[in-house]
Ligand binder design. Structure first.
Ligand SMILES: Cc1cc2nc3c(=O)[nH]c(=O)nc-3n(C[C@H](O)[C@H](O)[C@H](O)COP(=O)(O)OP(=O)(O)OC[C@H]3O[C@@H](n4cnc5c(N)ncnc54)[C@H](O)[C@@H]3O)c2cc1C
Length: 412
């Protein structure tokens, strides 16, 4: 039996642990903040199969200067952090070239095509049901021209991914489906390809609970990885050393320094997002609603409503600016006038993002006993089960040429 250590107990680390346990391995997760609230617990809770477009694309570059003028808009840059973000930003520019956009779309499509089935298989491993609802989602637009453009693009993505409905709606039909949308807008696109998870915190805790029954959890912060005679040794802040046959780095945005410890580089920075969660809200949405032109989404969970999103490029440790959460609530009230003024809980989370929006899923080019599983950006919840399956396959020696696109080699 191979003993595999996983650094990071977020959604990616946990999904990988479940797949490795399922293959009969002994697994230990090392997590420095087991009760914490990383991206994996505060996200919008959406299985976002239709989202195969990378962040970097020509249209984004055209809109970016306008967005950046509004410090509370859909895209913000913490200017003091620009020097450290510069290499990533330059790589983002390169990634927006049409040929790279197409490569990223192809790579994300490959993962998305199995993501629903992979989540179903993972749910079976831990015997849970009812954690995903077939809600679909609406995207609201202020002009018919913007709605029609988005509709054409979503139809195209649906054709590539295969088999779900996309509908163009006027404002009246949109309000019939989600009556709380009482404000002014031109129309919407309904996309049946989206599903909604149960509350993300509940989902992650259910995964972690099963893993605690079948694997070991060590509460510690990993400071380095190294090669030793017995295997791969993992050193913690408390100066303890744990030796494993194999190790997976799945530490979200904090994977970058660990990658450097094993002699490699990666372009990984934080796209920070903000949201507000209301408990027992007075307003009900029948499905997630994307306010696409403003870069945020409102997701209804059982007795909760979460409003948020947007992107703030900043170093992980830079102080949060919760005015961004408040700005999204204010914008949402234009469309949903009954959204409460008070009473929500604000949160900031760190999306671990590569400049080409393609996660790193693969083995260390120089040592197949080390695997990388991070960089899922906006899509970590959606792609967790698929990532876990691929890591388990790679450790089993199964090669798949499609996985070359996710290799860390592209950053060396
Ligand atoms: C506002 C927002 C909305 C989102 N909405 C969605 C959505 O609807 N659908 C979707 O698919 N995705 C969504 N995402 C993205 C998704 O949440 C992330 O991609 C995903 O959670 C990343 O998971 P992870 O396990 O890689 O990282 P994390 O959740 O950050 O977990 C990493 C874990 O590693 C631990 N760790 C780090 N360093 C160390 C160390 N040195 N030693 C020990 N432990 C360590 C951390 O404590 C943490 O628990 C959203 C993200 C945000 C911010």
């Amino acid at each position: 039996m191979t003993h595999i250590g996983i650094v990071g107990g977020g959604i990616i680390g946990c999904a990988t642990a479940l797949h490795l346990l399922d293959r009969g391995h002994q697994v230990t997760i090392i997590e420095r903040d087991a009760g914490g609230l990383p991206a994996s617990v505060g996200n919008a809770g959406i299985l976002a199969i239709p989202e195969i477009d990378p962040i970097a694309r020509p249209g984004m570059l055209l809109s970016a200067p306008r967005w950046l003028l509004d410090p509370l808009g859909p895209l913000a840059l913490r200017w003091g952090d620009v020097p450290s973000l510069l290499p990533w930003l330059l790589r983002l520019l390169v990634a927006s070239r049409p040929a790279q956009v197409e490569r990223s779309r192809r790579a994300l499509t490959f993962l998305m095509k199995t993501a629903t089935a992979d989540h179903a298989a993972m749910a079976q491993m831990i015997a849970i049901t009812g954690h995903l609802r077939q809600t679909g989602a609406l995207s609201i637009f202020d002009t018919e021209a913007a709605r029609d453009k988005a509709f054409a693009h979503e139809v195209d993505n649906a054709r590539i991914l295969g088999g779900y409905d996309v509908e163009k709606l006027d404002a009246a039909e949109t309000r019939r489906r989600v009556p709380a949308l009482a404000g002014e807008f031109a129309g919407a696109v309904y996309n049946a390809g989206y599903q909604t998870f149960e509350y993300p915190l509940t989902f992650l805790r259910r995964l972690q609970a099963t893993i605690r029954e079948r694997a070991s959890f060590i509460d510690a912060a990993v400071t380095s990885l190294a090669w030793s005679d017995e295997g791969i040794s993992v050193r913690t802040e408390a100066q303890n050393t744990h030796v494993f046959d194999k190790v997976v780095v799945a530490a979200g945005i904090w994977s970058k320094p660990l990658v450097e410890r094993v002699g490699l580089h990666v372009q990984l920075e934080t796209e920070r997002g903000y949201n507000t969660t209301f408990v027992n809200p007075s307003v009900t949405l029948e499905m997630p609603v994307f306010f696409s032109e403003h870069g945020f989404v409102a997701t209804p969970f059982e007795n909760m409503l979460r409003v948020g999103g947007a992107v703030e490029l900043a170093r992980p440790e830079t102080a949060a600016n919760y005015a961004r959460a408040s700005a999204m609530r204010k914008k949402m009230r234009r469309y949903v006038p009954d959204l409460p003024d008070e009473g929500g809980t604000e949160w900031m989370g760190r999306r671990p993002s590569t400049p080409d929006s393609v996660p790193v899923i693969g083995l260390h080019p120089g040592d197949p006993r080390i695997a990388f599983a991070f960089g899922h950006g906006h899509l970590g919840l959606t792609l967790a089960a698929t990532t876990g399956r691929h890591i388990a396959d790679l450790f089993a020696g199964e090669t798949n040429p499609e996985l070359d696109a996710f290799s860390i080699r592209r950053f060396q």
